[in-house]
Design a protein around this ligand. Structure first.
Ligand code: NDP
Ligand code: MG
Length: 381
């Protein structure tokens, strides 16, 4: 029986994690979880799961829920995320909160040597060097939930990491893959939220449309697998059937395939090194699909991907600035305060003005993160 703590329970990854937990009650128990501002869904989950501890974003919501559910402990804010992540009974911590707000709880769970299943890529982008160094020091295994990184992890299983030539991340191209750059001028939030292959939270769906998601994933791959940027490629692959590939020195390429379903990498991170049947999973039928397509990425078309490679190669606080600028700009786009193309313009302006600090400590990272968010808001106002 694995006891699980989950951040971001009301989100897309969070709810799919709960599906897996509830489908396998003999293997998993959810002891603590966090939600944000969706209090109706939080009530529903508390009633259904009966956890020991729940954290919400606002103090007032915690107070109201505490009165409604006296047998559950409620907490809130960043300290609440840390309490959930480090719950004493937890053996596996699933981090599926959105954004760099997940950083401190990840470090806290590492310091308690928890097993960590990480979907929260922003944490690895903003502070990858700190997270990986602490994970090594405290012997806390980090398993990727992101489908590309799960595919890479599975394609490396049992191999000698020194024999790896390159990592190839596949990319669907997002909602606007068939549009030229000029055609991106007038696109709406509704158009951007219409992803062809995956149903995901709003922020990552916009990130997929700008291709910043793939940029964050290139950095995530560099951090998780200690691979130089020159040996990490992105390949457009419309069907999202090959989830990513590892090429070896002898020219062999190992890949992980499957129908697009995030429950597969989530469940793998929970059961590793075992595999269990996926309830309701759709089997891959390549004969039915017939053809798979591949195409080189055009860095002029997908400028955000180039910005991410640039930031990755520089390292330091520019990664935090880039990530925070992206989080802030995407939020403004979703509020219809800036246009789609202004998202990457905001990121580029922040990066151009940034005074980079290499190997920053936690305090510096948190400072750059909050200052960048303010800067983007001011820029737009
Ligand atoms: P969602 O937007 O669907 O969910 C985000 C979750 O985080 C919700 O539970 C939300 O709470 C909570 N949350 C948001 N902001 C805060 C905050 N400031 N404090 C506390 N809780 C907060 O996101 P996804 O599930 O799509 O993505 C989660 C993470 O997983 C991201 O890092 C994303 O990049 C990554 N990921 C997602 C994939 C997917 O398929 N969705 C695939 C690969 C990676 P509430 O809704 O209650 O406000
Ligand atoms: Mg992904």
């Amino acid at each position: 029986m694995k006891k699980i703590s989950l951040l971001g329970a009301t989100g897309s990854i969070g709810l799919q994690t709960i599906d897996i937990v509830l489908a396998n009650p003999e293997s998993f128990q959810l002891v603590a979880f966090s939600t944000g501002r969706n209090i109706e869904k939080t009530r529903e989950l508390v009633t259904q799961i009966k956890p020991e501890l729940v954290s919400v974003q606002q103090e007032e919501d915690a107070r109201v829920l505490q009165q409604e559910f006296p047998h559950v402990s409620f907490t809130y804010g960043t300290k609440g995320l840390i309490e959930v992540a480090t719950h004493p009974e937890t053996t596996v911590f699933v981090n599926a909160v959105l954004g760099s707000v997940g950083l401190e709880s990840t470090l806290a769970a590492i310091h308690m040597s928890k097993n960590i299943a990480i979907a929260n890529k922003e944490t690895l982008v903003t502070a990858g060097h700190l997270v990986m160094a602490e994970a090594k020091k405290y012997n806390a295994p980090i398993l990727p939930v992101d489908s590309e990184h799960s595919a890479l992890y599975q394609s490396m299983n049992g191999e000698n990491p020194k024999a790896i030539e390159r990592l190839i991340l596949t990319a669907s191209g997002g909602s606007f893959r068939d549009k030229t750059r000029a055609e991106l001028q007038g696109v709406t939030v509704k158009d951007a939220l219409n992803h062809p292959n995956w149903s995901m939270g709003a922020k990552i769906t916009i990130d997929s449309a700008t291709m910043m998601n793939k940029g964050l994933e290139v950095i995530e791959a560099h951090v998780l697998f200690d691979m130089p940027y020159d040996n990490i490629d992105v390949l457009l692959h419309r069907e999202s059937i090959i989830h990513s590939m590892v090429e070896y020195h002898d020219t062999s390429v190992m890949a992980q395939l499957g129908t697009p379903d995030m429950r597969v990498p989530i469940q793998y991170a929970l059961t590793f090194p075992d595999r269990i049947p996926l309830i309701g999973g759709k089997r891959l039928n390549l004969a039915e699909i017939g053809k798979l397509h591949f195409q080189e990425v055009d860095f002029e078309r997908y400028h955000a991907l180039k910005l991410a490679y640039d930031a990755g190669r520089m390292g330091g606080t520019i990664l935090t600035a880039m990530n925070a600028a992206n989080e802030a700009a995407v939020a403004l786009f979703l509020e219809e305060k800036i246009t789609f193309l202004e998202i990457e313009a905001c990121i580029e302006r922040v990066m151009d003005a940034h005074n980079n600090i290499l190997l920053p400590d936690l305090e510096t990272i948190l400072h750059v993160d909050s200052e960048t968010r303010k800067l983007v808001r001011n820029m737009v106002e």
